[in-house]
Design a protein around this ligand. Sequence first.
Ligand code: DC
Length: 219
Amino acid sequence: MIIAMDGPAGAGKSTVARRAAKALGMHYVDTGAMYRAIAYGIVKSGTSEADAEAVVEQMDIDVRYEQDEQHVYVAGEDVMPFIRTQEISDAASRYSAKPYVRAKLLETQRQIAKTYEVIMDGRDIGTVVLPDADLKIFITANPAERARRRALELEMRTGEKQNVQAIEAEIRERDYRDSHREIAPLKQADDAVLLDTTNLSIEEVVQEVCRLAEEKKHA
Ligand code: DC
């Protein structure tokens, strides 16, 4: 069983996909982390945007599953602790629009879906990476709600009060960039189920994903 889950930043995709994968005995595959890892590799190398293509071509990227958790290694280093900063989020958003970056990850992502039963989350999984997925789900929520959730998460992590308006502005900007880029823009696949989580708890969304998966399995 292959489940493709797409949607904008902050819709709760990764939390939902991780929990649903656990409940369904599947692998959770976070493709955003792969884009972040490439962005981290570029930033760390100090390369300018103009010279990044050669760096990406040479980059040694390895995705491994250890105790059911995905780890992305760049040149042998587990980069997971370093890829959630604002700097890397911005770089990932910019570099994920480059064809050479998407090409670098496409085969890796397809190979993982051949090896395991997966819930793969991203922006172009149902449309480009796994167009034949058994189930496609497009998860979204309105920008104000996504900003509220992100602020809560950051407050829990840092203990510092967050500016929700600023976060919402940044979310809108990233949505625009991800949806209007020329290559693999964020959009709902024609055959995807739309799941608007604005008024749902995480638990309710996880249950709905599991219900859709079970329904597909027995169809
Ligand atoms: O989901 P995320 O915020 O970790 O993703 C990081 C960036 O990578 C984000 O700007 C969108 C981009 N991305 C993408 O273009 N395609 C994917 N399949 C996953 C993420």
